[in-house]
Design a protein around this ligand. Structure first.
Ligand SMILES: [Zn+2]
Length: 416
């Protein structure tokens, strides 16, 4: 009963005409609440407020620098070394190289960590493996990272929306913002198709976003849902991605939302480049891999220039396997990718998902020496205990989903 009472206590009073969060004692009985559209005009930004923005700041200027293109180390000139010494040196280097690396194996980091993960029985629990010890992450400031924080709010909102209104048991929703478009994906291959079918029942995305999905007993989830709704109706935003989300939310859903399904081949339609998909919300379905990895496949199979800033954030921090994929795409493939560099827990199958990304890198002739050097580097980082699982400080208290990204301190409205 204590939990039901806690749920009742945390319900905040209705504000500005939005219905208050349900006080039904059991989450299963919570009904979707839709506000009558004419009831709360103050929550809807006037179109002029949103659309007539002057001099939009450039995304490139706002986004923090992401990984730069990894370059092979410059070869040392052998000037000044006697020829016979050079021969001996080359032989010695060849022996060392053969002993330490062996034949080129692009999947080495994947197989190394897969073995480590399956052998790490002590850290195993119902929801992944704690990898290399845990690091507790307290609430922190997201100053300067408002765009990333907004994508996290957006992902969290659609996570609860899908799980409530579509009765999906999905584990994650992730969002990607690049080249004037927003993409979202889920772990389940069908979730986004069903989300589209649900959204087209509404005139606009803004009508859909007024609904309050159940966040069950997850107090932090309820706060983030509330924050996202506020942001979507706020006249005081600063980030390009926020303006884009607001603008497209006021256009009929059939004009503002698109869906694609990823198959193994290169997509016929390059949604990151084609003008038709500009300023759209693109729902990505297909493939039984984690949500981040679907977005990375869309990215790496696109003709989008690698210098284009790409921002990826989800409700949760990336699991270890997805973090490996993000790291690889930024560090080896050279994309200008801004992602959460602190991995959460580990699932063996998500590590295996790196294979599809590596295959893509081989297809486009990413130098093998870069892949080899990266694999060695990541394994060394692990062996030096520099790769660990990050969890929130309230982890294990039951107050939130344990996989949340670090909480923002300005989300802390009623939390201690
Ligand atoms: Zn993952």
């Amino acid at each position: 009963m204590w939990r039901l009472e806690a749920m009742a206590k945390e319900n905040r009073s209705p504000k500005d005409g939005l219905p208050g969060r349900s006080t039904s004692p059991h989450p299963a009985t919570i009904q979707p609440k839709e506000r009558p559209r004419q009831a709360a005009p103050t929550r809807t930004p006037h179109p002029a407020t949103v659309l007539q923005r002057q001099n939009p700041p450039s995304l490139a200027a706002k986004m923090p620098h992401a990984a730069t293109v990894a370059q092979p180390k410059a070869r040392h000139a052998a000037r000044g070394i006697p020829p016979e010494a050079l021969v001996a040196l080359r032989k010695a280097c060849g022996v060392i190289q053969a002993a330490s690396n062996g034949p080129f194996d692009p999947y080495r980091p994947m197989s190394f960590f897969r073995d480590e993960t399956t052998s790490n029985i002590r850290g195993r629990n119902d929801s992944g493996v704690v990898f290399g010890g845990t690091v507790q992450r307290p609430a922190r400031s997201f100053a300067g990272e408002e765009a990333a924080q907004f994508l996290r709010h957006l992902s969290t909102y659609f996570f609860y929306y899908a799980n409530h209104f579509l009765a999906k048991g999905d584990a994650e929703v992730e969002a990607m913002y690049t080249n004037d478009r927003i993409l979202i994906s889920a772990n389940n291959p069908k979730t986004m198709e069903q989300l589209y079918q649900q959204l087209v029942k509404e005139p606009t995305l803004l009508d859909a976003i007024r609904t309050i999905p159940s966040t069950s007993s997850d107090r932090r989830g309820a706060r983030v849902v509330d924050r996202f709704q506020d942001e979507m109706m706020s006249p005081d935003l600063t980030e390009d991605v926020q303006f884009l989300a607001q603008s497209l939310a006021m256009v009929p859903v059939r004009e503002s939302v698109e869906q694609i399904t990823i198959r193994n081949a290169v997509p016929k339609t390059d949604v990151l480049v084609e003008p038709h998909y500009r300023e759209k919300l693109i729902l990505v379905s297909g493939l039984g891999v984690h949500a981040e990895q679907k977005l990375l496949l869309v990215l790496t199979k696109s003709r989008l220039p690698k210098t284009t800033p790409v921002l990826i954030r989800g409700k949760k921090r990336p699991c270890f396997g997805c973090w490996l994929c993000l790291y690889f795409v930024a560090d080896v493939m050279g994309y200008n990718l801004n992602y959460n560099t602190r991995p959460g827990k580990s699932w063996t199958n998500s590590i295996d998902g790196l294979k599809a990304i590596i295959d893509r890198a081989l297809d486009i002739d990413v130098p093998k020496q870069l892949m080899r050097a990266w694999g060695d580097k990541v394994i060394r980082q692990y062996e030096a205990n520099k790769i660990r699982s990050h969890v929130s400080t309230v982890y294990g208290t039951g107050a939130e989903d344990p996989g949340f990204d670090s909480e923002s301190d300005d989300d802390l409205d009623s939390y201690s």
